[in-house]
Design a protein around this ligand. Sequence first.
Ligand code: PEP
Ligand code: MG
Length: 873
Amino acid sequence: MTVGLVIVSHSAQLAAGVAELAGQMTQGATPIAAAGGGADDILGTSADKILAAIQSVDGPDGVLVLLDLGSAILAAEMVLEMLDIEQQHRVMLSFAPLVEGAVAAAIEASLGRTLAEVKQAAEKTANVAQLKLLKPLSATQEEPVEAAPPPSPSLQPGFLEEQLTLTNPSGLHARPASLFVQTAGRFRAQLEVTGRGRQAEATSIIGVLSLGIRNGDAITLRASGEEAEAALKALRELVHANFYETAPEVAVAEQTHPQETSVQEALSVPTPLPASQEVQNVWQGVPTSPGVATGPALLYTSSSPPLSEVERLAISTEQVVSEQERLRSALSTTASELHVLTTSLEKSIGQRDAAIFEAQALMLQDPALLEGVLHLIEAEHIDAASALAFVGEQEATTLEALDSPLLAARAVDVRDAISRALQHLREQLFVKQNLSALKQPVILLAEDLTPSDTAQLRPETVLGICTTQGGPTAHAAILARALGIPAIAGLNQSVMQLIHSGDEMGLDADNGLLYYRPSAEVRTQLVQRLARQQQQRTALKKAAQQERAEVYINGRRIYLLANIGSEAEAEAARQWGAEGVGLLRTEFLFATVSTLPGEVEQRNMYAQVFRAFKGPDSASNRGPVVVRTLDAGADKPMPALNAVIGMSTEANPQLGLRGIRISLAHQALLEDQVRALLLAAAETEIELHIMFPMITTVEELIMARGIVDRVYEQLQQRQITLPSYLAHVPVGIMVEVPAAALMAPELAEISDFFSIGSNDLLQYTVACDRTNAAVTHLYNPMQPAVLRLIAQVAEAGRRAGKPVAVCGETAGNPLLAPVLVGLGVDELSMTPTALPKIRAALDRRSAQELSDLAQKVLHMKTVAEVEQACNEF
Ligand code: PEP
Ligand code: MG
């Protein structure tokens, strides 16, 4: 196998010279033809010459055409079009550096490599020569030498020069290298650094790292420009200050990591919490689902393919500028994210280890990287993602090729930084593993979980859930409680950096604690508590199944219902003794599907859930099932919906097209859903109630009710006989927007019932994102403002004779449930496992007691006061 080469240059002499040089390297083993100069041998390029050159070296293994300047591409592309289809497929163009690329390509071709391999070898040289990251002195020079190579022409005449010896323990390694580059970048000066026989721009992090400077090495700094002197002074001071490294710190680090390590390895030992917390290797989060667990960690993050496998997407000439713009923006966004991460990690893992991320940010801001990728996009007409992946991989490979374990480890950092930036360029490259296919039980660690992630969770394989985002009413937490999986949220970001999949963890979700490699003592305690909790759970469940004790407060019946989102939860609701379903979150049923189910599929889904709730002796009446129509949007993204309503990016999704607003904007969706619900209810003889989410105005409710009536009439016209009770299905609303609470008297006139969605009502009342861990201090269901709104809704319902439920998480809170009933709420709907404790919290309470408590709370000013009153009660 021999690939042929064509050297295209604007100069005939240059093309011939390069062809001669490359030919000598392989002693004629590779066919090489020169195509230099334009017609009549003036400077330029000639399509005729290029065509002739290709034909002269063409063979079954193909031809690589190397070009010197950008404008040569026009002539070369013209020639490609003149070739027959078969030949077109075996001729490739390359913008590798002409001399180095031709030599590398000739050698590879002579070794029998394929056309793609030859091209890659040629282009690999771009990293070294074209991107000017490294300037090797000579091909034979492998051993470090002390002498500095000559300055590059980029320095102005009369440059300043200084020699320094590095005495800091880790040389010019990640953190010192970052400081070095950052310092150099502050001055208006051209700066070069030389050491170990190599030379690099002092502002290029990859270049500086690639020098491989170690403790005791001498470096030469050369500077020219306006602030050359000041730059040298600053760098000198930095070197003399040992880059602010302290010897003992590094000595410890070197003991821990005798070989230089990658980002992940370097950080594999978590830093204890500050001494004030007096616990080692423990993270504190917010408890969101009670229980304990021990087991191996699973980091649930997106992973991308290796950089070398990122597929090249062709772009047109018109797209070049916009792709280059996308690249700039992705690099700067990722660098900013890394700066933020560094700052947050500095507090938890210390400055030294956090600096690795600062170094990654600098890698992405490296001017040489930007230049290289911009060039590739233009030269090869490929998209920003593949160009970035290519250049990033080249840089990493170059680092690996230098004989230093220190630098090989930095290659991991380069790949990691580039992968982060790729997320902003081609999101589809990043895939998460399928949680429903887990084989071994794990403790899941994630930044956040979407409803479609949570829909895949199985308690058999997910022993615990720990997230850095979220809070008690985030959907991941709601589902975790429903499934009885212990969970905590709001953990410090550092967990995602410090813990690896497979690390042994202990989770005490009752107290919000996550243990990394728990001690034998902690482990034993957790295991014992787990056994006790499992026993208690089994006993409670058994009791709940045996007697479904009804709750009366001085003769007033209070209904205890369940919130569900799947067939399994419907079954749990029955097993935990729910007197009905107070909330079926239908969007959870569609969370994992890629296309929105049609009427027939939906009907089957609902019927399955209804049957699961009724249980085997389906003759018995288990109470109503309140089905909430689709509540997608904001914190409940639904990929399947995008195909129907189109994808749009909203600046404020929580205030955007969500809940009933989607159903009214796309009424066919609601019609399908209502039709499927009526048919499934008829089929299973369930007592169906229909409820609309996010109702904000009277007009919305009138419109939505109109759709239900219309669907019923259409079914009648289709000669479908429905049981008569379905002609008057109770239709109600979720009260979860303050406007709806304030308009409750008017809404009560046209609504058959209210169900207060306290999760969203709280979010919108205190203007605080329920999934944002940074504001959990505000997101407290004991906020007096929310309790007052609940009181108003309960009062409006009472006056209109309409039942009022609460189906937000507050309903399952044993401290607040008595307050809610005291405020006039008739039904509490909650995660099935909470039913026994709420039943116990209301047991033997008098109407007077509850009313007194509620009135007291309504006059309180702060969360702390409410909390105290509830605790005392
Ligand atoms: C609520 O907002 O309180 C509610 C029950 O709905 P969801 O949690 O599904 O938004
Ligand atoms: Mg809600």
